[in-house]
Design a protein around this ligand. Structure first.
Ligand code: ADP
Ligand code: MG
Length: 236
């Protein structure tokens, strides 16, 4: 399976926006791009306001909502807790099968996590465990402003200590009146985290479709394209 697992340093950092923008860039490069939001809380799978339907629309795919999002829960809580409120449980095997199905239909699959990397999904497993089982390299979306160096380095350390491979960090949502840290954040993360840093991408006004379109124009995908090519090359 070729693609990326889009994780975040937190909820609300722009995972969905960046996943959609990345889908558009890779589609424009000629890849057939599938999207998966394996576990969603706060919206049902077919809810137009939920991540799954947003990704489906913005990526321009026709996979069914229930295929893109095999598990959706009403409560806007960590998946484990939201599932428990409905007396349900997320089965890792079913999630892996769902991702396999979408991946088989497309050249590249983009899987959006839920919340941050260590958010509980199953009784004894987190988003990080899911990313590991999928063997997809991570794209870590992080905020652009003050505080992001610590959150991003913590996420990188947690990812690598579990054996996850990080393709890039994307800094998202830099305000026009950004604090002083925004000048030094990208280099600090790149050097202390030993990782490719994309962005910072600006905070934009407008409808989500327009925002994603403009993020796609500004998203520097070279480190990600290099990674995809590497995975395509036959191993020696
Ligand atoms: N660069 C940006 N400019 C403007 N709005 C953004 C940007 N990135 C994300 N948003 C908005 O911020 C909110 C959170 O982003 P989202 O992608 O849903 O985060 P996550 O998927 O990590 O929870 C959404 O309303 C989204 O449209
Ligand atoms: Mg999201």
């Amino acid at each position: 399976m070729r693609g990326f697992f889009v994780a975040g340093t937190d909820t609300g950092v722009g995972k969905t926006a960046i996943t959609a923008a990345l889908a558009r860039v890779l589609s424009a490069q000629g890849f057939s791009v599938g999207v998966v939001k394996p576990v969603q809380s706060g919206n049902r799978a077919a809810d137009p306001d939920g991540d799954a339907m947003l990704l489906r629309r913005l990526a321009g795919v026709e996979d069914a909502p229930e295929e893109i999002c095999p598990y959706a829960f009403a409560a806007p809580l960590a998946p484990l807790v939201a599932a428990r409120l409905e007396a349900r449980e997320v089965d890792m095997g079913r999630v892996l099968t769902a991702v396999d199905l979408i991946a088989a239909r497309h050249d590249v699959v983009l899987v959006e996590g839920a919340g941050g990397l260590l958010v509980p999904v199953g009784l004894s497993w987190t988003i990080a465990d899911l990313a590991l089982k999928l063997s997809l390299p991570l794209v870590i979306v992080a905020r652009a402003g003050l505080g992001t160096v610590n959150h991003t380095l913590l996420t990188l350390e947690a990812a690598r200590s579990r054996g996850l491979d990080v393709a890039a960090v994307v800094l998202n949502g830099q305000r026009a009146d950004a604090d002083e840290s925004s000048v030094t954040n990208p280099d600090l993360i790149a050097s202390f985290g030993d990782v490719a840093v994309v962005g910072p991408l600006p905070w934009l006004d407008g409808r989500i479709d327009e925002i994603v379109e403009r993020l796609a124009e500004q998203l520097g995908v070279d480190p990600l394209l290099a990674r995809l090519e590497r995975e395509e090359a036959p191993s020696a």
